[in-house]
Ligand binder design. Structure first.
Ligand SMILES: CC(C)(COP(=O)(O)OP(=O)(O)OC[C@H]1O[C@@H](n2cnc3c(N)ncnc32)[C@H](O)[C@@H]1OP(=O)(O)O)[C@@H](O)C(=O)NCCC(=O)NCCS
Length: 319
């Protein structure tokens, strides 16, 4: 197909919040969080802004790819909430990098990185671009209800970027959506209109965890199976899986359902929790720089999130 991944780069806030610290804020424990989710700690923004993190990740990815911002033809930022309603986060990144190309945001919650890859694929196929920067980043700590133990233990801040160039290493890609605002929603906060007649909901994450869990386990199995088939491959051809890092139990169940060796699944959820759109590229970046993936590997990536959205793809790693 249309592109190859030339480089990746990550950015996470400095502040590490442990399960023990969370246990001083809500009625929970390190043991409960570890056994139910696999999460040990997460990063939380204090001094960093979303723009700081997106730009840091973008610069690291450009350096890894060996190109400069002047060589970019398009910037796509996947995020649920940019620093401002407008300008887009993509435009903020473009400004800070000094790039001269179109830039916009896409919101597909935790599936955002794979949605952005699918959009970029179209630009490469139409031969409108030679280099595309994707930055996937969310700042969930500012939309988390820090008094709700059933959700605040699950999430963290951070993400990563990828630079794409022309190539044929995207072997298949699929995105889906199933409109649903019941099981996972983050409403807008304030409405400045004195004419508006509807009740304002609190601008924090509301989730029915069990429902999302069931959706997630099916989404992972269905998404990876379809993308591997579309690539003309068998599950046994997959060298590595980069799954959305939401809960270690979802990853373990997916490995079992797919009958793919659990050791092929890259996991860093223990350090970051669920960073939403940032999760898959953050895992991809760490898998790349730690040597977990090697040149020539067949990689399946899969994500699910609010929407409800899913995204899956198969790529050949060529770095
Ligand atoms: C949220 C999730 C970890 C909950 O795990 P679970 O094993 O299903 O736990 P339950 O919701 O059934 O809760 C079990 C008990 O633990 C309690 N509990 C919930 N959160 C707790 C916490 N942080 N600490 C201690 N106890 C907690 C519940 O109140 C419940 O108590 P009860 O039995 O007395 O009613 C799990 O459902 C999940 O991971 N869902 C997917 C979420 C997700 O991935 N969201 C992002 C999608 S992109």
């Amino acid at each position: 197909m249309s592109f190859t991944i030339l480089g990746t780069g990550k950015a996470v806030p400095e502040y590490v919040m442990t399960n023990d610290e969370l246990s001083t804020m809500v009625e929970t424990s390190d043991e409960w969080i570890r056994t139910r989710t696999g999460i040990e700690e997460r990063r939380v923004c204090k001094s960093e802004t979303l723009t700081d993190l997106t730009v840091t990740a973008a610069k690291a990815a450009l350096e890894d790819a060996g190109i400069t911002a002047a060589g970019l033809d398009l910037i796509i930022c996947s995020t649920m909430r940019g620093e401002n309603i407008t300008p887009s986060q993509g435009c903020m990144i473009q400004k800070e990098l000094g790039a001269d190309c179109p830039a916009f945001d896409v919101n597909a919650a935790c599936s955002g990185f794979i949605y952005a890859l699918d959009i970029a694929d179209g630009y490469f196929v139409r031969k409108k671009v030679k280099h595309v920067l994707i930055v996937s980043m969310d700042n969930l700590s500012n939309i988390t209800d820090w008094t709700d133990r059933s959700t605040c233990v699950l999430f963290g801040d951070g993400g990563a970027a990828a630079v794409l160039g022309e190539g044929d290493d995207l072997l298949s890609i699929n995105i889906t959506a199933k409109g649903d605002d019941r099981v996972l929603i983050i409403p807008h906060g304030s409405n400045s209109s004195p004419f508006y007649e509807h009740e304002e909901k609190k601008a924090v994450l509301h989730m029915m965890g069990n429902e999302v869990y069931k959706f997630a386990v099916k989404a992972m199995a269905d998404g990876i199976t379809k993308s591997v088939q579309d690539a003309g491959l068998a599950l046994s051809d997959v060298d590595c899986v980069i799954p959305h890092q939401a809960n270690i139990r979802i990853i373990n169940a997916s490995a079992k359902n797919l009958d793919i060796d659990r050791e092929k699944f890259f996991c860093n959820v223990q350090h970051y929790g669920n960073t939403s759109s940032g999760s898959v590229p953050l895992a991809l970046d760490e898998a790349s720089h730690s040597g977990f993936i090697k040149k020539g590997d067949i990689i399946a990536m899969c994500a699910f999130g609010a929407g409800l959205t899913t995204g899956s793809c198969v790529i050949r790693w060529n770095k």
